[in-house]
Design a protein around this ligand. Structure first.
Ligand code: ATP
Length: 366
């Protein structure tokens, strides 16, 4: 068990004379036993961060510490870390038993009997004990995934690092393994850093999520905090599916004026926006209410252009009827409600659900 500290961690690659800053001054404290999900779009620096923690990549600046001991110069094998890769990285010529034991032989000096015992205990825990004599080619993707996990668990490491471990599984297996992994991590209590670009995994698995963009840390918080109180436009747009709707607006007196609508602000929100004229209004599709009649100043006539029935909900593409630019936004409604394409409705943007950002810096103001 261990606390993991990243302090100003930076990675620069020299790309034929050009310097690429893959990870830029990232600081995160990961608590003992915590499950931290590192999430962000392709190329944002997730894998590089994980590889620096593992010791597979050098650190250009900053420090990484396990339980307060700086490990920058400690070789990978001596870091008490086990890594699970997307590709599983199993040895094809070895059986499951040999693959799992290999992880142990690399990192410990245990006697053979103890090693075998550990392999069997772990295999039982992962329900792969009947596969121990098979080769990886004789296993399904899900079973190979368990073996890769088993090889990490058997080492009893201080920290687990997982790089998109579920991305090669089909959707159904993935959601099952998502829950199983969470349960396992919880039972084992091992500090875990889990990399994914899948925001469903981030939202459902992590105690906290760390969101990276372009090598820079955008926010570290619980999934619900990132969802309800995103620190900036990037986090607001990245977390949530379908994504938050954004409207360019300007602040005029106590109203936000956008293309085809005017949104009056109550004085508490208005006072948070002093001095900022160029803003972005954000609202999540699931926070927009669809009504039959206009009742408040936050209700707007809209046309529904597209209806996608998903069963439990409908995804609508709608536009303000007074918007000459014909721009569209997403609305999610209850699947039981019948809404026809091409019809006119009233959309309510409740003031309790709106977000306001500075357009230039992207910083959340409300
Ligand atoms: P993905 O989700 O696509 O795996 P990622 O978030 O894990 O992406 P990284 O693989 O960490 O991103 O890469 C971050 C940046 O560093 C990218 O711009 C990448 O091209 C660059 N990079 C990574 N490894 C090297 C390297 N060895 N040499 C030069 N540039 C590199």
């Amino acid at each position: 068990m261990a606390k993991l500290t990243l302090d100003g961690v930076t990675k620069r690659f020299d790309d034929g004379g050009d310097v690429i800053v893959a990870v830029d001054d990232v600081s995160i404290e990961i608590d003992d036993g915590e499950f931290l999900v590192l999430v962000g779009p392709s190329g944002c620096g997730k894998s590089t961060t994980l590889r620096m923690i593992a010791g597979l990549e050098t650190i250009s600046d900053g420090r990484i510490a396990i339980d307060g001991d700086v490990v920058n110069d400690v070789p990978a094998q001596q870091r008490e870390i086990a890594m699970v890769f997307q590709s599983y990285a199993l040895y094809p010529h070895m059986t499951v038993r040999e693959n799992m034991r290999f992880g142990l032989e690399e990192s410990t000096t245990l006697d053979t009997d103890t090693m075998n015992e550990r392999v069997e205990e772990t295999a039982t825990m992962l329900e792969i004990d009947d596969l121990l004599e098979r080769k990886p080619s004789e296993l399904s993707g899900g079973q190979q995934q368990r073996v890769a996990l088993g090889r990490a668990i058997v080492r009893d490491p201080a920290v687990f690092l997982m790089d998109e471990p579920l991305s090669n599984l089909d959707a159904k297996l993935r959601s099952g393994m998502r829950m199983e992994l969470q349960r396992l991590q919880h039972d084992l209590g091992v500090t875990t850093v889990y990399v994914t670009h899948d925001q469903t995994e981030a939202m459902t698995m992590g105690d906290r999520i760390a969101i990276l963009d372009d090598g820079e840390l955008q926010q570290v918080a619980t999934p619900l905090e990132c969802y309800h109180r995103p620190k900036n436009l990037f986090v607001a747009g990245f977390i949530g599916e379908p994504s938050m709707n954004f409207f360019d607006v300007s602040l005029e007196d106590d109203r936000l004026v956008g293309s085809g609508f005017e949104y009056p602000l109550s004085s508490p929100i208005r006072s948070e926006l002093a001095g900022d004229e160029k803003l972005v209004l954000g609202i999540r599709p699931e926070d927009i209410e669809v009504l039959d009649a206009r009742e408040t100043a936050h209700d707007f006539p809209v046309r529904v252009d597209v209806v996608e029935p998903m069963g439990n909900e409908n995804n609508l593409l709608a536009g303000f009827r007074t918007d000459e630019n014909d721009s569209q936004f997403n609305v999610t409604t209850d699947g039981m409600r019948r809404i026809e394409e091409g019809t006119h409705y009233i959309a309510r943007f409740p003031e309790s659900a709106i977000h306001v950002f500075d357009r230039e810096s992207g910083v959340a103001l409300h």
